[in-house]
Design a protein around this ligand. Sequence first.
Ligand SMILES: C[S@@+](CC[C@H](N)C(=O)[O-])C[C@H]1O[C@@H](n2cnc3c(N)ncnc32)[C@H](O)[C@@H]1O
Length: 245
Amino acid sequence: MMLSEAQAEHSALAQRHLVEQIEAAGGWLSFEQFMELALYAPGLGYYSGGAQKLGKGGDFTTAPEISSLFGRCVALQSADVLRALHAPRILEIGAGTGSNFRFYSTVQAGASAEPSREMLKIARNKTRPDGMALVQSCAESLPFESNSFDAALATLVLCSVKSPQQSLSELRRVVKTGGTIVLLEHVRPGGLLGPVFDLLNFISVPLFDDHINRRTAAAARAVGLQTIQVEKHMLGIMNLIVCRV
Ligand SMILES: C[S@@+](CC[C@H](N)C(=O)[O-])C[C@H]1O[C@@H](n2cnc3c(N)ncnc32)[C@H](O)[C@@H]1O
């Protein structure tokens, strides 16, 4: 793909920043530190820098926008998720371009959090309930007080976050005790497909920053959430996970 002048300039800036950081660190960075900078360096990283990630100009292969068939499958399930969430104050993490806004009930209030400035720009132009604020934030460090939401949701987000454990712990912190967290996620399937996904993960992470072998329900339990429902779809690859805080 040919880069525009602005994209090439942004890319050069990001590269220079990485080189400076490597030099400042004495000549090398761990893979984790490198990815942290590449993805989240303020104003420059993949998520924080504002590049297009969805649609033809983007590279999120799991994004609902990428294929109308996949989009419709996810939309049907997202609609169920949101209908089930009749909580007064909700939080959505990784809200992307706001594809779930149309399912929010008009009385709902709360926040839609998303780290990408560019996606937030698109989301801002979509209709959402007046009480839903748009907030730029990663799931691992949510800028909300503890116990400030009645429910939370994420659709196709925990495959992308840097740390599912930290993200789920944050959700547990900001949702009130007794509240609900609903996750619609693609995960590591069971049976023979599991090891296949383990292998494919070696390709999906470097290429798309998409972790296709995460055990999201188990991760939720590991941070102390109670999984009250795990509905498996598409050979166990898509899970609807309902947690109680
Ligand atoms: C596949 S898209 C899904 C978007 C939206 N939830 C939907 O269903 O249309 C993954 C989303 O996760 C977001 N994301 C990536 N890393 C994140 C993080 N550390 N915390 C929160 N969201 C993150 C991406 O910016 C992107 O919007």
